[in-house]
Structure formats: structure tokens, C-alpha cells
Ligand binder design. Structure first.
Ligand SMILES: NC(=O)c1ccc[n+]([C@@H]2O[C@H](COP(=O)([O-])OP(=O)(O)OC[C@H]3O[C@@H](n4cnc5c(N)ncnc54)[C@H](OP(=O)(O)O)[C@@H]3O)[C@@H](O)[C@H]2O)c1
Length: 302
């Protein structure tokens, strides 16, 4: 089969289109012929070997070279063969999946637990654009944010890969959504469900009086993680515990545990920094990264 193989850290030019043996599925695996894959920031980190500090972390990137030789986590395709212990999937089924690696190839062999049937109304290309960004949004909004019907949420970075899913999921959960993105994407944000849109190029939402039940900071621009000191928390030990989700989120009343997250949910590339606050806690000051560097906005949570 053809596959893009990565042998050393660097630019996309180093991805080498190579002939490899087709994987042979084990008894508990499914062989998928890849119809489409998509590229995520995760692949970029793996390819570049950046941030450098991740090379030193246990379970992180490889120290001297890439740990993954075939990148690609999001795939959609067709089941080519199923191992003899596999139930639920058969040759010819159309599937999509979030994988640890291997999508930039013609075939990939995967455990069936990672597969889901591809909705018939989605093309392979459309289905392959969903898994990582959508699961990231789901973890941030539902699992960490615990957004409830009737609550309000501000999504910073609402028009991007993760943000457009976050807005839709929040709406599906019955919440009111305020989107932050550029004016050029305001209509997109509204089309996926935002009731209000704030243009970050002209307006700093951290200076608004408005308070929200949940703030999902996908863009990671407004409230640098760590700006909130442990001393500001009533239960410091449970703050900023890294769990899988969007890059940064500040969550009121979120449970900071990881129970219920999928096994790959501890992936370092998809972290959320959930900060717990008790009802009645005063808002805490944060240093804004954009605009006046001396400005220390209040966190606009209710
Ligand atoms: N995509 C994934 O699967 C995934 C998974 C895990 C983690 N992440 C992480 O999540 C973050 C976002 O990823 P993404 O794929 O959603 O990125 P993206 O598609 O590039 O979207 C970025 C979003 O941020 C907005 N934005 C840019 N500058 C901003 C600012 N100064 N203030 C507020 N909003 C701003 C953009 O708005 P405009 O486009 O309108 O300017 C856009 O809505 C990245 O750090 C990424 O590493 C992504």
C-alpha cells in the first residue's frame, strides 16, 4: 500500500510517500481502506516535534525523532476485512474513527472499539473532518463544562475546527451561545447556532459586564493558563488538572476528574485547563494577552 511515512522531525516535505506492506488485521482488529483523512494540529506537533518540551515528557513525542511513523488520526473509509473475534463490523461497512495514528495510508488496522458507522448522509471527506475536533469540543462543553439546558456559554474561537462543533453541541444541549471570532466569520458562527457574535478584532469580551455559566477558551488568547493562582481557588488541589478537550477552558463548577473520558482522553495535545470555582467565589483577575498588557480582566463567569 501507499503511505506517507515520517522518519525525522521537520516540515511536510519530509513526509515520504512510500510503498509498505498492507497491514494484516489481528483476530480482534478491523482492516479499513481509508477513503479520506484529515490533518489536525496534533499531526503538526508530531511532525515538527514541537513543543520541544513534549519530547522530554513521559509518553510525549520521541526524544530524537518521531515516535509515530504514519501520522493521521481522523479517518473515514470502508471495512476491508474483520478479524474472527470482531463483532459489529463486516466487510463493506462504511466507518469513521479517531485513531492514535496511521491514517495517512491506504489501509489501517484498528480495534473495532475505535470505529463508528459512518452516517450515510456524509461523504468520506465530511466524516473524516469530524472526529478529533468534534470530540475535543464534546469533552470541553459536555464532559468538563457540564453545560446545562438554559445556561449561557461563551466560545472563544467559535469559527474554527473545534469551535464550530462546540457551538453546535452547546446549542444541542439547550444553551445560549455567544461566539467570539473575526467579523469575516460572524455569519458562519450564527449559522451553526450562536445567538450573539463578538468580533475579537474590535472588542475585548473580558471587559464586558456580561457573565456566562461557561467560558470555553479554544483560541487560548484571553486567559493564559496559569494566570489564575492556586490561592484564588477554594480547593486548589483540584484546579487545572489536565484532561482531554480544547486547548484551554475555564469552567465554573466543573468536575476536574477524568472519569468517563475515553482511554485516549489523556492525550497531552488536547488538554483543557479546568478551573473550579464555587458559587459565591469572587471573580478572579487575569492578565489579558491581547490589547493592553497591563489590563487584568475579570473572568466573565456568572
Ligand atoms: N482541531 C482539532 O482537532 C484540535 C484538537 C485539540 C486541540 N486543538 C487546539 O485547539 C486550538 C484551536 O484549534 P482549531 O482547530 O479550532 O483552530 P482553527 O480552526 O484555526 O480556529 C481558531 C479559532 O480561533 C479564532 N481566533 C483567532 N485569533 C483569535 C483571537 N485573538 N481571539 C479570539 N479568537 C481568535 C479564529 O477566528 P477567525 O478564524 O474568525 O479569525 C477561529 O475561530 C488550537 O490550539 C489547537 O491546537 C485542536
Amino acid at each position: 500500500m501507499k503511505a506517507f511515512v515520517l522518519r525525522s522531525y521537520g516540515s511536510p516535505d519530509l513526509l515520504e510517500l512510500t510503498d509498505l506492506d498492507e497491514p494484516v488485521p489481528g483476530d480482534d482488529e478491523v482492516l479499513v481502506r481509508v477513503g479520506a483523512t484529515s490533518v489536525n494540529p496534533y499531526d503538526w506537533h508530531q511532525m515538527r516535534g514541537q513543543p520541544y518540551v513534549a519530547r522530554l515528557m513521559p509518553g510525549g513525542l520521541g526524544l530524537r525523532g518521531p515516535k509515530l511513523s504514519i501520522l493521521g488520526c481522523d479517518v473515514a473509509g470502508r471495512v476491508e476485512a474483520a478479524g474472527r473475534n470482531v463483532t459489529g463490523f463486516a466487510t463493506g461497512d462504511e466507518v469513521f474513527a479517531l485513531l492514535p495514528q496511521g491514517g495517512f495510508a491506504e489501509y489501517v488496522s484498528v480495534p473495532p472499539s475505535l470505529l463508528a458507522p459512518k452516517p450515510k448522509n456524509l461523504s468520506y471527506e465530511q466524516a473524516a473532518a469530524v472526529p478529533m475536533a468534534a470530540i475535543t469540543a464534546l469533552l470541553g462543553v459536555r464532559d468538563q463544562g457540564r453545560l446545562q439546558p438554559g445556561q449561557t456559554v461563551l466560545v472563544n474561537g467559535a469559527s474554527g475546527g473545534v469551535g464550530t462543533f462546540a457551538v453546535q453541541i452547546a446549542r444541542a444541549l439547550g444553551a445560549e451561545v455567544t461566539a467570539v471570532c473575526s467579523a469575516a466569520n460572524a455569519e458562519l458562527a450564527r449559522a451553526v447556532g450562536a445567538g450573539e457574535v463578538i468580533d475579537y478584532t474590535t472588542t475585548d469580551f473580558t471587559r464586558h459586564e456580561q457573565r456566562y455559566d461557561l467560558l470555553l477558551d479554544i483560541a487560548g488568547r484571553a486567559h493564559p493558563a496559569g494566570a489564575q493562582t492556586q490561592g484564588n481557588l477554594r480547593r486548589p488541589g483540584r484546579s487545572r488538572r489536565p484532561v482531554a478537550a480544547a486547548r484551554r477552558a475555564y469552567v465554573r463548577g466543573a468536575r476536574a476528574g477524568t472519569a468517563g473520558l475515553p482511554a485516549h482522553g489523556h492525550d497531552r495535545h488536547r488538554r483543557v485547563h479546568a478551573q473550579e470555582r464555587q458559587p459565591g467565589d469572587p471573580d478572579r483577575a487575569h492578565r489579558g494577552r491581547q490589547g493592553n498588557p497591563g489590563h487584568r480582566p475579570e473572568l466573565p463567569l456568572r
